[in-house]
Write a new protein. Structure first.
Length: 408
């Protein structure tokens, strides 16, 4: 297997999470009686460019199909993030009714709706038909296709180019990252700006976030590596911000390398220095990760077994991809965790893949009064703790399994 960027042979294993079903493949009642497909979940570090990457195990269009149940608009904090981003971009780059904002992986229009409300023309690109349909119903023009060089050329041939081309949590999810970035080079106007947000590999390693690894997530990116990838496609990074979303992400700003009008921010050199100081350009930085994940697994299983033996009731909150990775790596089933609450009605009355834990609405939590509620999306733990503060009425406690087991 070769590195999907620099084509070096991959031999260094970053982490092996053994195997599991696609993390968003929630099961219906009928599907509980059918066999489930498991895929290996092994991640490599390239010893040349340090792109951390998963082996492509099947075509991504079979994952991002119509059953795809992730609707961005269900998280309040994510909507606030999108709204703040919109204001920031409009004030920094002066986008107006003559501009064109194009979002790749625009989901249900959770972000473009804010540009549209300010009369800035938008176009969404979203491969999953059911989420795209929600956006279209909101009046957001959406192309239902995967993005890459081919689609970029088609759009350009129709006279469409972007003043702002953005993508949140998509760069890491594309199987062919070089084709994807090359497509952005084609679709971007001469003086246009690209912004991309993705989880920062430095946070993943430093904070034990191995549960953010799943089959749909092909690349795990440092600034050092992403800069090389963009430069190889004729784009330069002129600014970067470290932002708190998804446990610590980067927002990178790119432009055509030919565009000399935009100055390179000092943030670029500062973040590179920070990554180099940690050793992210040497193999040693990546070598201890399997052992760290194993420690999390052992404490989590130990906790659950102890509660079971003492007759305590344990439930979960947030039927997120993260939770599925953790549960399947730990081999946990519905005999140790009774149910998981999720606000998204598209996930309710379904079952988590492999663990077969039922996904229920919040009223089940209120009726069943569990002793412990495990928060799987630890990145929004403050929001969840506030929302479910009433579990204290029956002396319920919150459990956060990552970066290490914590009971609140
Ligand atoms: Zn490489």
């Amino acid at each position: 297997m070769k590195c999907r960027f620099c084509k070096s042979e991959l031999s260094d294993v970053f982490i092996d999470l053994i195997n599991s079903p696609a993390s968003n493949s929630f099961l219906t009642k009928e599907e509980l009686n059918e066999p489930e497909v498991f895929f290996p979940l092994k991640v490599y570090t390239c010893h040349t460019c340090f792109l951390v990457q998963i082996e492509e195990y099947k075509k991504s269009d079979s994952i991002f199909d119509n059953k795809y149940v992730y609707f961005s608009s269900y998280s309040k904090s994510w909507l606030e993030h999108a709204s703040r981003y919109t204001d920031k971009m409009i004030s920094r780059f002066n986008f107006n009714e003559k501009s064109k904002i194009i979002e790749i992986a625009s989901n249900d229009g959770y972000l473009l709706q804010y540009f549209k409300a300010k009369n800035v023309p938008v176009l969404g690109i979203e491969p999953t038909a059911n989420t795209a349909e929600v956006a279209i119903n909101k009046g957001i023009d959406t192309v239902t296709e995967f993005f890459g060089v081919q689609l970029a050329k088609e759009l350009v041939s129709k006279g469409i180019k972007a003043d702002l081309l953005l993508g949140n949590n998509v760069l890491a999810h594309v199987p062919d990252i070089v084709d994807f970035v090359s497509g952005m080079k084609i679709l971007l106007k001469e003086d246009g700006v690209i912004t991309m947000e993705f989880p920062h590999l430095m946070q993943l390693v430093d904070n034990n976030q191995f549960d953010t690894i799943y089959h749909e997530h092909f690349s795990y990116l440092s600034f050092y590596t992403v800069k090389q990838i963009f430069e190889s496609c004729g784009l330069s990074l002129f600014d970067v911000e470290e932002i708190p979303t998804h446990g610590g992400s980067l927002r990178i700003y790119a432009k055509h390398e030919e565009n000399t009008k935009k100055e390179i921010s000092k943030n670029v050199a500062d973040l590179l220095d920070k990554e180099m100081a940690k050793g992210m350009n040497s193999p040693a930085y990546y070598q201890n990760f399997q052992q760290k994940a194993l420690q999390v697994k052992l404490s989590f299983i130990e906790f659950l077994i102890k509660q079971k033996k003492e007759g305590k009731k344990v439930a979960g909150y947030g039927a997120a991809a993260k939770g599925n990775t953790l549960l399947n790596f730990c081999g946990i089933k519905n005999d140790l965790i009774e149910f998981v609450v999720d606000a998204n009605p598209h996930k309710q009355n379904k079952w988590l893949p492999a663990s077969h834990i039922p996904v229920v609405a919040e009223d089940v939590l209120k009726q069943s009064k569990p002793d412990f509620v495990i928060i799987f999306p630890w990145n929004i733990k403050e929001e969840v703790i506030k929302q479910l503060s009433y579990i204290k009425d029956w002396n319920g406690k919150f459990v956060i399994p990552i970066p290490q087991l914590e009971v609140i």
